[in-house]
Design a protein around this ligand. Structure first.
Ligand SMILES: NC(=O)c1ccc[n+]([C@@H]2O[C@H](COP(=O)([O-])OP(=O)(O)OC[C@H]3O[C@@H](n4cnc5c(N)ncnc54)[C@H](OP(=O)(O)O)[C@@H]3O)[C@@H](O)[C@H]2O)c1
Length: 371
């Protein structure tokens, strides 16, 4: 029976991965071990169950996770949890944990790089280990503007990281390859994960608020016909589970993305959000303006968005605007070759993201991305 260690299970992607396993596999077919930060096993279990509730699991499914499934630990101090004897029976890892914030988190390098490397080095010694799926981020490739990025392309050394987060994600992949040559290492780089096809933004409002903010301001730094490579979190989880257990995995690197054909134009996001809100699209009022021009209208932010710190809004516009302007698509041929279907188009589940964020302000929604 596979014994799957999942890190980051109290978060957005890791929570969706656990949801996937609980829905798709009977309890006696897989064993889950979930790394979580907490003072006690009981507190860790509570954190995991509280997160899983956001994914619409019923009480029986929630009860199937118990204290035996909990591994208390912190990636900034991996020496403690990596001594747990259950680690020696692990057959598969899905490593979702990371500081996935665009903010200046002082622990970023310690967790995403140093601690994650120590964890991978420990797992490389586990005799039963068959696969270690590491969740990266497609933006770590530093893609060129208006490009399609293919899975066999090397990361672009000629561009700069927009945030330290992407630099840390690229560094850890290279370090694991260098220091753990025998680890059965598979990197999966998702593009931009927004919402859940069934539960909208209930599991997390991550990034969805950027679209809402731009629509409220009727301005952003990209053009309305630029496109964005968005996938839902439940699709990402299904793919990660496949990359973990499937025998069809032939490569050690995959994009989890919508690919060129399924990328969503911002104009379609505008239309779909308007339809869900029963209002008109802003297409005729929209203006593409630069970050510099935004600094000139910063005093208007609170009138349009409600009480907010204009400095934080400006910083968000700079960071997320930088990614939006790239207009990049990530090719997903390797998953298609495995017979994995394309993700659901963002516009088909935007209504669920709209309804699950109703009544919440932009400053409230954006907090999740600035931890
Ligand atoms: N969301 C996206 O659009 C996106 C796109 C591409 C790639 N990714 C990648 O997907 C992965 C998961 O991201 P996410 O969106 O799910 O982020 P998230 O919701 O913030 O979840 C991050 C998870 O990592 C855990 N974690 C953070 N620091 C830790 C530490 N010191 N020790 C142990 N666990 C720690 C968190 O635990 P706590 O609950 O205790 O903080 C949480 O469970 C990341 O590797 C990220 O780079 C995300």
């Amino acid at each position: 029976m596979p014994s799957i260690l999942i890190t980051g299970a109290s978060g957005f992607v890791g929570g969706a991965v656990v949801e996937h396993f609980l829905r798709q596999y009977p309890k006696n077919e897989i064993n889950l071990l979930l790394l979580v930060r907490a003072e006690t096993t009981a507190a860790g279990l509570l954190r995991i169950r509280t997160n899983l509730e956001k994914f619409g699991l019923n009480s029986q499914q929630l009860a199937s996770i118990n204290e035996e499934n909990i591994l208390i630990g912190d990636l900034s101090e991996p020496e403690a949890f990596t001594q747990d004897p259950r680690i020696d029976n692990v057959t598969h890892v899905i490593n979702c944990a990371a500081i996935a914030s665009f903010g200046n988190n002082p622990a970023l390098w310690r967790v995403n790089v140093d601690g994650s490397l120590a964890f991978a080095q420990r797992m490389a010694k586990v005799k039963s280990l068959q696969r270690f799926v590491h969740v990266g981020t497609a933006m770590a490739s530093m893609p060129d503007k208006d490009s399609v990025f293919y899975e066999d392309m090397p990361d672009n050394a000629h561009n700069e990281d927009l945030v330290q987060y992407t630099a840390s994600k690229r560094a850890i992949e290279n370090l694991i390859r260098e220091h753990c040559p025998d680890l059965p290492f598979v990197v999966a780089r998702p593009s931009i994960i927004v919402g859940h096809t069934q539960y909208g933004c209930r599991p997390s409002s991550s990034i969805f608020w950027v679209f809402l903010m731009a629509l409220k301001l009727k301005k952003f730094t990209c053009q309305l016909d630029d496109k964005i490579d968005v996938i839902p979190v439940d699709y990402c989880a299904m793919v990660l589970a496949n990359l973990c257990l499937s025998e069809e995995v032939k490569h050690n690197f995959y994009h989890i993305s919508s690919g060129e054909e399924m990328c969503t134009p911002f104009s379609a996001i505008d239309e779909s959000v308007a339809k869900a809100n029963n209002t008109s699209a802003i297409v005729n009022d929209y203006q593409q303006i630069s970050y510099q021009e935004f600094t000139g209208i910063r005093k208007q932010f609170k009138d349009i968005l409600g009480p907010c710190n204009d400095k934080i809004i400006l910083r968000a516009i700079k960071l997320y605007g930088g990614f939006a302007e790239l207009n990049v698509k990530f090719d997903n041929q390797r998953l298609l070759d495995m017979g994995i279907p394309r993700p659901m188009a963002f516009t088909r589940y935007i209504d669920k993201c709209v309804s699950t964020t109703q009544g919440l302000s932009i400053p409230e929604l954006m907090m999740v991305d600035f931890k």
